[in-house]
Design a protein around this ligand. Sequence first.
Ligand code: HAM
Length: 425
Amino acid sequence: MIKAVRGTRDLLPPDTALWNFVEAAVRDVFRAYNFQEIRTPIFESTELFSRSVGEETDIVSKEMYTWEDRGRAESDKGQALTLRPENTAGVVRAYIEHKLWERGLNKLYYIGPQFRRERPQKGRYRQFYQIGAEVIGSPSSGSQRPLRDAEVLDMLRTLLEHLGIKNWNLEINSLGDPEDRANFNEAIRTALGPVAAGMCVDCQRRAVTNPLRVFDCKVPADQPIIERLPRMVLSDDARTHFENVRAILDSIDLPYKVNHRLVRGLDYYTRTAFEFTDGALGAQNAILGGGRYDGLSEALGGPEAPGIGFAIGEDRLVLALQQERSAVSSAPDAYVAPVGEGMNREGLKLARELREKGLVVELGDRSSKLKKLLEIASKLGARYALIVGENEVEADTFALKNLETGEQVSVPRNELAQRIQTLKK
Ligand code: HAM
């Protein structure tokens, strides 16, 4: 038997109803903050990710699905392509490629699959879904200001509350300006000098190439060394920015904790970085992460365009919702059961009328007995069955049967939709 590849999975009903519920809520909340949707390709040139996410990150060095293209045209041959491991790089590439600033498009969101070759476990997949948003803009649009950072975090709180997620915690940190980061890297390199040899092979490599990345290490034996490493020293501008972000968060009663060890696993971050965790989730508890990336556009050959954004792990958000709230119903409102010669067509007509009025309707087939049809209807979770027989069609009045209580009433055709709607509530 051929099965789905390790780390990938099928999303099936009724779970897909919860995914749709999440995505509809996201679209509503993002719209209220004036974000618009962007869809970028699922694969991009490998170089896009190595230049933005960073060669030395776990994502680029170990987790990307990369291949050499073998197109027919000479120009395609040998091009290194990669399934996107994240979407910020693609959005910034599109921002530059289409000069989106000329159209005033600087608040963009996306929903879609991402790919990382990680060790699969609950909440961690090789194909997973992200819901993300990015604010990118010229300095004159104020996109580099602390207010933007706070507004993005405020939008996330609104979204989580709207969805009914209660157990969230927000951690924030500042990763400083590029010079702060360079100084910090050197300070860590120096501190690691005498101890690196006793660490895991990855850390031994990181100590030389990109010391900051030792904070991504998950090896338990290395943690005591990592805990003793120095903290980042912020420039005056970066410190003021962070203080301002915190003051705004306090003024809107948005609770957070400062975590000086939060460095995030991607190299493009500057200044504010953040993560939301969810207490209900276990080991993979980071429900979303994000931060500022003020130099990313320039690093990809674009204009000065400071940015801030985040990505929510949709798989994890859905898991948290399944633990925190009752399931979203995906059952039909009514099941139309035709009985007798010629009644399939009458059933289809009636189903069509009800669907036009916004009801979810499943249509049975008269080749089965009524008893069998009612069993199917119950199995589907429908609350009502509508019996369509010759007498009913003639009287233009139908038997509406409550499948939970067995109670049955006669309802004129033109009152049916409203009756089912009211009874639904
Ligand atoms: P990230 O922290 O790498 O950031 O991923 C964001 C979220 O995606 C994580 O918090 C997690 O919920 C989810 N996630 C990551 N890997 C997996 C996986 N293997 N399985 C399930 N869920 C996963 C980014 O990707 C940045 N692009 C976020 C960003 C946008 N920063 C600025 N703008």
